[in-house]
Design a protein around this ligand. Structure first.
Ligand SMILES: [Zn+2]
Length: 312
């Protein structure tokens, strides 16, 4: 869980710290990425840490407080591909990540699990979630960018994993982040929440959608809400953001003010969408709503936005 709502670098309140997969405190040290000797030296560090992924799953050690990395010699002898340099922690320990080349033989207490379940289980400390999000997004990108989008020739990993180079045409390719807007729309003492058919029964959340090229955050919020619910939105304020490594989204959390009230649902996007009173929303957060309705779990940016509105 995030330890503090203050930024790693500055003593200012930073609501993004309340969102899962944020922070983690690694200094990414991009200055080292182009220096292969420095990266080799970092990997030779006695306490180097290596996070391992196998497809969508992360390797977890055993014990009462399972950690999500191998250390020292165990890290150096792991057979993996696409080795990424994630950065240095507060004790100057280098962190790396890699993709297992085959399904691992698991030791006692060890397991593979997907990151979403891990976040919900809350078993692993907050220091691991930021680097895990960074690693998962990057490894997914490497797996899908083995060939040059410009000329079709094979590409090779470079710059500590932050780049892929094409020797045939000289193109350089960089990992992408896809922005998504997620917004709580309010109308005085009511909030607009909706549900998709894939949600658990009774779960209601903020509306959300992908930003499009050439669009501002504010316009994307207004367009998505209008498309999904027909509600017109006026003022939009940014609240906080959440890396969402499935595979490489950045959720931009906003709070918007409605300028119309009548809802028309887009059935392709939503199964239901309603105005909820402040009293309803409080009960949904507390888990004691009379109809059994509820909001997303802690660490979800949707819940953080809803709580921000409830708490003023
Ligand atoms: Zn090329």
């Amino acid at each position: 869980m995030p330890m503090t709502l203050f930024s790693d670098a500055f003593p200012v309140l930073d609501w993004s710290r309340a969102n899962g997969f944020s922070g983690g405190g690694l200094d990414r040290r991009s200055d080292l990425r182009g220096d292969s000797a420095a990266l080799d030296e970092a990997f030779a560090h006695p306490d180097v840490r290596l996070m391992l992924f196998f497809g969508d799953q992360i390797w977890l050690g055993g014990g009462e407080n399972p950690f999500a990395y191998l250390e020292g010699d165990r890290a150096r002898t792991a057979v993996c591909t696409n080795r990424l340099f994630l950065g240095l922690d507060a004790d100057d320990r280098p962190w790396f990540a890699g993709e297992l080349v085959s399904e691992p033989v698991l030791g006692e207490g060890e397991r593979l699990t997907d990151l979403r379940s891990l976040a919900l289980e809350g078993e692993v400390s907050a220091e691991v979630f930021g680097p895990a999000a960074q690693a998962r997004s990057m490894l997914f990108w490497h797996k899908r960018h083995g060939f040059c989008a410009n000329c079709g020739a094979p590409t090779a990993i470079a710059a500590g994993g932050y780049q892929r180079d094409c020797a045939a045409c000289g193109s350089q390719h960089f990992p992408r982040t896809d922005p998504v807007v997620i917004m709580l729309i309010t109308d005085g003492d009511r909030a607009l929440l909706g549900r998709q058919s894939r949600f658990k029964p009774g779960s209601y959340s903020c509306l959300a959608g992908f930003m499009e090229p050439g669009e501002t955050v504010e316009d994307a919020v207004r367009r998505e809400v209008r498309e999904e619910s027909a509600i017109k939105v006026g003022r939009v304020r940014y609240h906080s953001s959440q890396p969402w490594p499935f595979p490489s989204n950045l959720m931009l959390g906003c709070i918007g003010e409605a300028e119309s009230q009548e809802i028309t649902i887009d059935p392709n996007e939503l199964e239901d969408c309603r105005w909820f009173s402040r009293q309803d929303v409080k009960a949904m957060l507390a888990g004691d709503h009379p109809q059994g309705l509820f909001c997303p779990p802690p660490l979800a940016i949707a819940r953080v936005l809803i709580e921000a509105w409830i708490n003023g």
